[in-house]
Design a protein around this ligand. Structure first.
Ligand SMILES: NC(=O)C1=CN([C@@H]2O[C@H](COP(=O)(O)OP(=O)(O)OC[C@H]3O[C@@H](n4cnc5c(N)ncnc54)[C@H](OP(=O)(O)O)[C@@H]3O)[C@@H](O)[C@H]2O)C=CC1
Ligand SMILES: O=C(O)C1=N[C@H](C(=O)O)C[C@H](O)C1
Length: 269
């Protein structure tokens, strides 16, 4: 047990935090080394098992991230951009692998994460599931095969508590389509159409977001041509797929050289 990699979960009380805690506790490949929440969160000071509605597991939720990270080999972090940037610096200080699932990261956050990755292993992906990462590769392949007369539209649907759009996954798929076509997503991206928008720009990569109920996550990549459409789709029905991917990344990252990696690296796709 002592030799298994110790994992800390940040944002422990969140939707993904709770799923990650359950996944780590059920795994025989790692052990739960800590759980972090921010100061004032009602989980701080309580036993993880109790907060998950079961038996005590002997791990108390803390708001001292550095102290928790120092005792661990990996940190799995599905929180919010400001928190993730802070955790990246602390995980690097503790030389712990930092697995980042947080989405909505802007250029300023990405620059700080890249700086932390000079000293530690960071695995970051807007979607940690096997299925979506396979879809990313397929999207790139299809975009390579079809010319820009095929309009690319990415449609995503998520639960009504999601705070960022387009989703991290949609952006990964958009990047893959752009790469397949040999263009820059920043230049071709078209989102949030409303009103008299004018005709669609040739070669644009469009994004639409649906928010409602408890949708876990659904993504369509539509290649719309003249007289036919190719649609690539992924439907998530259980957050366990993200947690299992993140755990795999945390274990994969042990003994790797410092740097930034993604799930395509982890899965060897
Ligand atoms: N890459 C992937 O595969 C996936 C990524 N995600 C992403 O993961 C993130 C979290 O999603 P979800 O679990 O649904 O969100 P929740 O809102 O349920 O959970 C977020 C957690 O992070 C904590 N948190 C937020 N800000 C801070 C901070 N500044 N310091 C410390 N803790 C903080 C929250 O604490 P508090 O409640 O106190 O605010 C909460 O516990 C999102 O960015 C989402 O898009 C989600 C699923 C899959
Ligand atoms: O916030 C979510 O829930 C999810 N976020 C990720 C994203 O932004 O793509 C992954 C998944 O779709 C669920």
């Amino acid at each position: 047990m002592g030799n298994l990699p110790g994992i800390v979960i940040t944002g422990a009380s969140g939707r993904m935090g709770q799923m990650l805690l359950r996944t780590v506790l059920a795994s025989d490949k790692c052990r739960l080394a800590g759980a972090v929440e921010r100061t004032g969160n009602p989980w701080v000071g309580r036993d993880v098992g109790e907060m998950l509605g079961g038996q005590h597991v002997g791990v108390t939720v803390t708001d001292d991230a550095l102290e928790a990270f120092a005792k661990a080999q990996a940190v799995i972090d599905f929180t919010a951009p400001a928190a993730t940037v802070e955790f990246a610096a602390l995980a690097a200080q503790a030389r712990a692998v930092h697995v980042i699932g947080t989405t909505g990261l802007e250029a300023e956050h990405l620059a700080k994460i890249a700086a932390a990755a000079r000293h530690a292993v960071i695995v970051r992906a807007g979607n940690m599931s096997l299925g979506v990462n396979l879809l990313v590769k397929l999207t790139q392949k299809v975009a390579e095969a079809l010319d820009a007369d095929w309009d690319v539209e990415i449609v995503e649907a998520h639960h009504n508590k999601k705070i960022d759009a387009p989703s991290g996954t949609a952006l990964m798929l958009g990047e893959a389509a752009a790469e397949g076509r040999g263009v820059s997503l920043a230049q071709m991206r078209e989102s949030g159409r409303d009103g008299i928008t004018g005709a669609r720009a040739h070669g644009a990569i469009g994004f639409s977001a649906i928010r409602g109920g408890d949708i876990v996550g659904e993504h369509d990549v539509i290649f719309a041509g003249a007289g036919e459409r190719v649609i690539l789709r992924h439907v998530a029905t259980d957050r366990g797929i993200f947690a299992r991917g993140a755990l795999r990344a945390a274990i994969w990252g042990q003994n790797k050289s410092p740097g930034e990696y993604d799930m395509i690296d982890v899965l060897g796709l």
